[in-house]
Each structure stands twice: as structure tokens, then as C-alpha cells.
Design a protein around this ligand. Structure first.
Ligand code: SF4
Length: 352
């Protein structure tokens, strides 16, 4: 890449950013930069929209204002605070990393790539984001927005998976030595507001004169779209158990696997559709079990889950080990989105 293009592009981006930057709670002026908040926000923003992250970010950083406080918390509390945000391994990794940072780095997030990348949950993207945004150091940062912009300005007509190394190299080359953090956030904002996946608003784009796709009318063809594999469906039975004191049974999921450590209504194993259909139902307790109309569908990153719910009433609470909650208290619990859906489904399809 020619130096002049690199410098001019970053200059244009920074001018645009100064006028158009989004006001986000984790964005600070240079003197107030807080690597802890940058780290938490960047982890929360993986796979999750800015709008969804904002209230979680406020609550999380109010409850744990420092890495030290976070490292002293227990994993169940963190999982509860994360409930509804999804991709729960992120929360587990934050907890593990906070303990390491407290113990080995005196509560300071490392400011070099090699140390950052060793921490749980910090990959090349997050390491680059922390270095640029929190420490104002030049680095490669590729999120989905930046990736799309680079593919378009460079006119790269190959699927993005085939050009990963090239993208990393270009992103580092484009990153300026001064105001690296602002430049990276400018690119993120441009991708979100202007260089959108479909129908980018090129007439408003500050870097259109550097853009190959714009000049060659390729903006709707680049990035090259991959044909999606059909998503796998898993099925399971979920057991809604009501006690003779009108309380509902919940339990905590194991700390490994999906939704680790989160509260749930018990269910059978989530297994692939074709293997499930003829299986006998193993209810967790004897009783008068009845199916509830309809199914609850929920999409995880790599499969879709279809839950058939069965209800049993008048159960003796002593017969099951777990947590019993009054129906009215359930909406106030920290439940993952799937379990919130289950709750809504039961209450709209029964007389509860
Ligand atoms: S000109 Fe259009 S396609 Fe090119 S970077 Fe700007 S918004 Fe994206």
C-alpha cells in the first residue's frame, strides 16, 4: 500500500470521526482512557449489538468498577450479570482473565500483544482493540465492519476466509501511528453507519475516493457472499415442574458447556433431530405430565434448538434437589434468553 494513501485515508477518517463519532459509554477522552472498560466493552461487543451492550456495560462496570473487584467476585454472580447477553463463555473467560491480571500483572491490563493474547478470551481482535483504543498503540484490528471496509476499498474479490492474513496486514498498514484508537473506532463507526453490508451509503463516505468497489460499481458484490450451510436442529424435552406450594423448579447448569452456570428449567439432553424422535421420555420425577401446546425455538451460533415442554403439578418439593421459586419471582431472575422464552411460552399456553 502506498504511504500517501494510508496517510490520507486515516486523515479523512479522523476528520470524519471528530464530527460524527457515536457517543458510547466506554469511549473516553485520551486523559480518561480506561483499559478495563475497553476490555469489558470489546468482549461484550463480540457477537452482540451496541444497543444491547450499553445497559449491560453500565450495570457490569457499576457492580465491578475495577479488575480487582471483578477478580474477587464468584462466577455465578458474573453469569447472572451476563444473563441475556449470550455467548456465556465470554463471561467465564473475563472472570479467569481478571484473576490472572490481578495476580500476575498487579491489576493492570498488559499493554503489549504477546502478553494480552495469553489471557483467556483475548484473541487477535481484542488484543488489537485494547492496544489501539486503550493504549493508543498502532496494531491490526479486524472486526466485521473493518473487514468489510478493507475488502471494498481494496476491491478484494475472494471470500474473506481465504484472505485473512492479507486483511490483517492491510489493517495494520492503514492504522496511523498517532490517534490509532480514534482511527479504529472511526472505521467501526463507518462500517456500522455508512459502509453497511447491503446498500452502503457511498455518497456520504469520507474515503470514497480511495475505494475500488465504489469506483468500479462493485459495492453490492464485495464482500463475496458465502453460501450458508443449513443449520442443524437439535431437539429436547423441557420439564416445567410446579410444586404443591405453587413454586417452579430450577437448577444451575454445569460450569462447562453451553450456558455455563446459568439457571435453567430442567430438560433432557439436546440431541440431533433424527436421533431424538423415537426416544422414550425420561421425566425427572413421577407425576401427571402433560405436554404444552407448541414448541419453543431458539437459535444458538451453530444449531437451532426446538423444545417441547411438559408440565407436572403438585410435586413435593423435597423430592427434587435444586431451586424452587415463586411464579411471580421468575421474571426477576437472571435467566438466559432461552429460559425467558420458555417462561413466556408456558405462561401464554397454560392457566398459570
Ligand atoms: S465508498 Fe462505499 S463501499 Fe467504499 S468504503 Fe465508502 S461506503 Fe464503503
Amino acid at each position: 500500500m502506498k504511504v500517501s494513501i494510508k496517510d490520507n485515508l486515516s486523515k479523512k477518517m479522523l476528520l470524519w470521526y471528530d464530527k460524527n463519532k457515536r457517543d458510547l459509554p466506554w469511549r473516553k477522552s485520551k486523559k480518561d482512557l480506561n483499559p478495563y472498560q475497553t476490555w469489558i466493552s470489546e468482549i461484550m461487543l463480540q457477537q452482540t449489538t451496541v444497543e444491547a451492550v450499553i445497559p449491560y456495560f453500565h450495570k457490569f462496570t457499576a457492580k465491578w468498577p475495577t479488575i480487582k473487584k471483578l477478580s474477587e467476585s464468584n462466577i455465578e454472580e458474573i453469569m447472572d450479570a451476563w444473563s441475556g447477553l449470550g455467548y456465556y463463555s465470554r463471561a467465564k473467560n473475563i472472570h479467569k482473565a481478571a484473576k490472572i491480571i490481578t495476580k500476575e500483572y498487579n491489576d493492570q491490563i498488559p499493554n503489549n500483544y504477546d502478553e494480552l493474547i495469553k489471557l483467556p478470551g483475548i484473541g487477535p481482535y481484542t488484543a488489537g482493540a485494547i492496544l489501539t483504543i486503550a493504549y493508543d498503540k498502532k496494531a491490526s484490528v479486524i472486526d466485521s465492519n473493518i473487514e468489510r471496509i478493507i475488502l471494498r476499498i481494496q476491491g478484494i474479490k475472494k471470500p474473506k476466509d481465504k484472505v485473512k492474513k492479507e486483511l490483517i496486514k492491510i489493517s495494520e498498514e492503514l492504522c496511523p501511528d498517532i490517534r490509532s484508537g480514534d482511527y479504529v473506532q472511526a472505521m467501526m463507526d463507518l462500517g456500522s453507519a455508512i459502509c453497511k453490508p447491503n446498500n452502503p451509503k457511498c455518497n456520504l463516505c469520507p474515503i470514497k475516493k480511495f475505494c475500488y468497489s465504489y469506483k468500479n460499481n462493485l459495492t453490492n458484490l464485495i464482500p463475496i457472499k458465502k453460501t450458508r450451510k443449513p443449520i442443524k436442529i437439535r431437539k429436547a424435552r423441557l420439564f416445567w415442574i410446579v410444586s404443591n406450594q405453587n413454586r417452579i423448579f430450577l437448577r444451575r447448569r454445569p460450569l462447562t458447556g453451553l450456558l455455563p452456570g446459568m439457571l435453567e428449567f430442567p430438560s433432557s439432553d439436546w440431541i440431533i433431530k433424527s436421533k431424538e424422535s423415537k426416544k422414550e421420555i425420561l421425566f425427572p420425577i413421577k407425576g401427571n405430565w402433560k405436554p404444552i401446546t407448541g414448541n419453543v425455538m431458539h437459535t444458538f451460533s451453530h444449531f437451532q434448538l426446538s423444545l417441547k415442554i411438559y408440565i407436572c403439578r403438585d410435586v413435593n418439593e423435597k423430592k427434587l434437589e435444586g431451586i424452587w421459586k415463586k411464579e411471580n419471582d421468575i421474571p426477576n431472575l437472571h435467566l438466559p434468553s432461552l429460559m425467558k422464552k420458555v417462561y413466556k411460552h408456558v405462561f401464554s399456553n397454560t392457566n398459570n
